[in-house]
Design a protein around this ligand. Structure first.
Ligand SMILES: C[S@@+](CC[C@H](N)C(=O)[O-])C[C@H]1O[C@@H](n2cnc3c(N)ncnc32)[C@H](O)[C@@H]1O
Length: 194
């Protein structure tokens, strides 16, 4: 028998992983058993999965979610985190991760970060979960979101009385309220598209 041998394109094991599988692998509470945010992330992020994106997460703790983003967006050119905790600096030694130490409440720090950093396709706020901090971070860091990019805030407390505040930040505001499904008082996430 003659003919061309059809070559299968190389598939990396993570190409077939869902975000939830990666969330569980690295043990971030965004997974389906806890926060459940992975479902909404998968909806918004799957069109970007193979793109050479830049992603920034506010609040990295031990790096679980940063590792999840790195493995999900395998063609990402930058997976960057900001945290106030000096221990997060160690993540800079890990392949594909970049961390800046700083206080997100400090507008001087935010100003300097914005001045020296190119735009991101995705910004996620999973830092202090305090409403005032979330608003300060958004008002400053939304300037870093590229056209068509996403800014996401996790774990919003008291959404019933703050809904308007978050809606007023930008007209694209989409609120995902999962408090009843997950029985967590702050299981609410907001997505803005620029
Ligand atoms: C919920 S944890 C992040 C979890 C991580 N995103 C994950 O899913 O694996 C919140 C992090 O935000 C950081 N944080 C809290 N307040 C902050 C602030 N004002 N500036 C910078 N980081 C802050 C904490 O040090 C902590 O590491």
């Amino acid at each position: 028998m003659t003919g061309n041998i059809k070559k299968h394109p190389y598939l990396h094991p993570y190409d077939q992983c869902t975000l939830d599988e990666l969330a569980k692998k690295y043990n971030t509470d965004k997974d389906s058993d806890r926060g459940g945010y992975v479902y909404h992330y998968e909806t918004h992020f799957s069109p970007l999965k193979n793109k050479s994106i830049r992603i920034l997460e506010l609040g990295v703790r031990e790096g679980a979610s940063l590792r999840m983003w790195r493995d999900y967006f395998r063609n990402a050119v930058e997976v960057h985190g900001i945290d106030i905790d000096q221990r997060a600096e160690e993540l800079n030694n890990e392949d594909g991760l970049q961390v800046t130490i700083g206080n997100l409440d400090d507008e001087n720090f935010l100003y300097e970060f914005i001045e020296k950093t190119p735009k991101f396709d995705i910004v996620i706020d999973d830092a202090s979960h305090k409403i005032n901090d979330q608003l300060i971070s958004f008002r400053n860091l939304h300037k870093l979101v590229s056209k068509g990019g996403l800014y996401i805030i996790e774990d919003i407390e008291d959404i019933d009385s703050t809904r308007l505040l978050f809606k007023e930040l930008h007209s694209s505001c989409e609120i995902y309220d999962m408090r009843e499904q997950k029985n967590r008082f702050d299981n609410v996430m907001v997505v803005y598209e620029f």
